[in-house]
Design a protein around this ligand. Structure first.
Ligand code: MN
Length: 489
């Protein structure tokens, strides 16, 4: 029996209560606990069984609109994994009315029992063990384990709404407008003929050679000029900002255009404007760009940085990754259909493990998966975890895969490359252009799009991704809010 997820959401609806939810059989079996769980074994808490909730609700924190089911504010008061310690079959134990559980949360740890007294009424009890604390009360630790915020703070500025009228997979909708709060003044760009100063995102930026072709056109389409790249960069920068904030940014530069040989630029050049946010790496002394404001990304694009590669760690702790990365690279001989098959096998593995992972097409030929992790484990640990996962998946289709430690790709097979999980190794950012005709972008996809035969690894470009974002929102944004502990493999 693998570990299962649990969450306790502090929910201020008509009455304040704690929703205690355990993953059982693919749903969240749920109880409302008015006084909240306690670590005190002498305390018995009344718990009222309520409707099962969909798994999608497990990380929800935000506001449920007034007048709809459960209207009020919700914070993730505690979350983690649980294991049944007496019953082989938790669903049957719930049916019988007595479930013995061991919680591995931030606040709640150790053994508990939840037992039915009559109909929907249950009691939640802490067993005496090394995690028991006499006199412990839930009200004394009111902060969200997800955001560190109080219920009042979340209510005042929620990130998410829960729309129970929508299917569960779409019910969490961003509360903050996706439109940039500071508009990029693209009319200001239009007014510049070839070289000039663009006032953009509150900065004065000298832009040059705007009619220069940077990307050849796709068949039947105009080539992409530097002007078009800069406009795209300004339009996408607010969406991209959260993925770049606090991280060193490596640039893959193609000042001569996408069909010339590019090179990596990690250190900021001496002529970089002073206002650019930056970070000096201890040890090497290298000064990196940190795109903490949208104008910084526009500067990078004007400087020939066509590809944007943020570090997987933040500059305050460069040794601690906040994502584990899985890079599905087709090698020289793997077809797209086989690569999609590999991606689907990973999807199944994540579902099975209860791990939240987010996929994107690379914009070239591959698929990449980002797994948000709570900061704690170092790169060696996330790399070993990805290696174990990929080896398990690879064992299902040994004829398709080769390994990063093999010098040559065997017969052009796909490469499962876990070695990207290392400091200053990066994958391309979501929505970053790639150096190829038409300026394709690395486009986030929903997992069910793997079943769409029209999906292509380079099917979205800087000309088409905006409409997709407007229609579907940013399907990658869970990377920013689903930090999790990787389960043992
Ligand atoms: Mn509730």
């Amino acid at each position: 029996m693998g570990s299962l997820r649990f969450v306790v959401q502090l929910h201020r609806a008509r009455r304040l209560h704690y929703d205690f939810r355990l993953e059982v059989g693919g749903v969240l079996v749920s109880w409302a606990v008015p006084k909240g769980p306690s670590l005190d074994p002498k305390v018995r808490r009344a718990a009222f069984q309520v409707d099962d909730h969909p798994m999608e609700y497990v990380a929800f924190e935000g506001v449920i609109p007034a007048g709809t089911y459960g209207g009020g504010d919700v914070i993730v008061w505690d979350a983690g994994r649980w294991v049944p310690y007496k019953d082989a079959d938790p669903a049957a134990a719930v049916g019988r009315g007595e479930l013995h559980i061991e919680l591995h949360g931030e606040k709640l740890r150790g053994k508990f029992v939840i037992v039915r007294t009559r109909r929907d009424e249950w009691l939640l009890l802490k067993k005496r063990d090394e995690f028991a604390v006499d006199g412990w009360d839930a009200g004394a630790c009111p902060l969200s384990v997800l955001s560190g915020r109080t219920s009042d703070e979340v209510k005042a500025d929620p990130e998410w709404f829960w729309r129970s009228d929508l299917p569960a997979a779409e019910a969490a909708v961003p509360a903050r407008s996706r439109t940039p709060t500071i508009e990029a003044d693209t009319e200001g760009l239009d007014a510049i003929k070839e070289n000039g100063t663009w006032e953009v995102f509150g900065r004065s930026l000298r832009v040059t050679n705007l009619s220069k072709v940077l990307f050849p056109g796709l068949p039947g389409e105009e080539p992409v000029t530097k002007r078009e790249l800069l406009r795209y960069t300004a339009e996408i920068a607010p969406t991209l900002q959260p993925y770049l904030a606090g991280r060193a940014l490596n640039l893959h530069r193609f000042p001569g255009g996408a069909d010339t040989k590019g090179f990596w630029q990690k250190a900021l050049p001496a002529h970089a404007p002073e206002w650019l946010p930056r970070w000096t790496e201890p040890g090497s002394g290298t000064e990196y760009l940190v795109a903490d404001e949208p104008a910084a990304l526009v500067w990078a694009a004007n400087y020939g940085g066509l590809e944007w590669h943020p570090w997987t760690s933040k500059v305050d702790r460069p040794d601690l990754p906040s994502y584990a990365l899985i890079d599905l690279d087709p090698g020289t001989g793997t077809g797209w259909e086989d690569l999609v098959l590999l991606a689907r096998l990973h999807r199944t593995a994540f579902e099975h493990l209860g791990v939240e992972a987010f996929a994107k097409v690379s914009g070239r030929r591959g698929i990449q998966v980002w797994v948000p992790v709570e900061r704690g484990p170092g790169f060696a640990e996330t790399r070993a975890w990805v290696e174990r996962l990929s080896r398990s998946v690879g064992a299902v289709v040994p004829e398709l895969v080769s390994w990063a430690w093999e010098k040559a790709e065997r017969g052009g097979r796909a490469r499962l490359d876990f070695t990207q999980n290392a400091v200053n190794k990066t994958l391309v950012a979501p929505y970053s252009p790639r150096p190829a005709p038409g300026a394709p972008v690395s486009a986030p996809i929903a997992w069910d799009e793997l079943d769409d035969s029209a999906l292509r690894p380079d099917g979205f470009t800087i000309r088409t991704i905006g409409a997709r974002l407007a229609a579907r929102g940013d399907v990658f944004s869970g990377v920013l809010r689903a930090a999790q502990r990787l389960p043992k493999l």
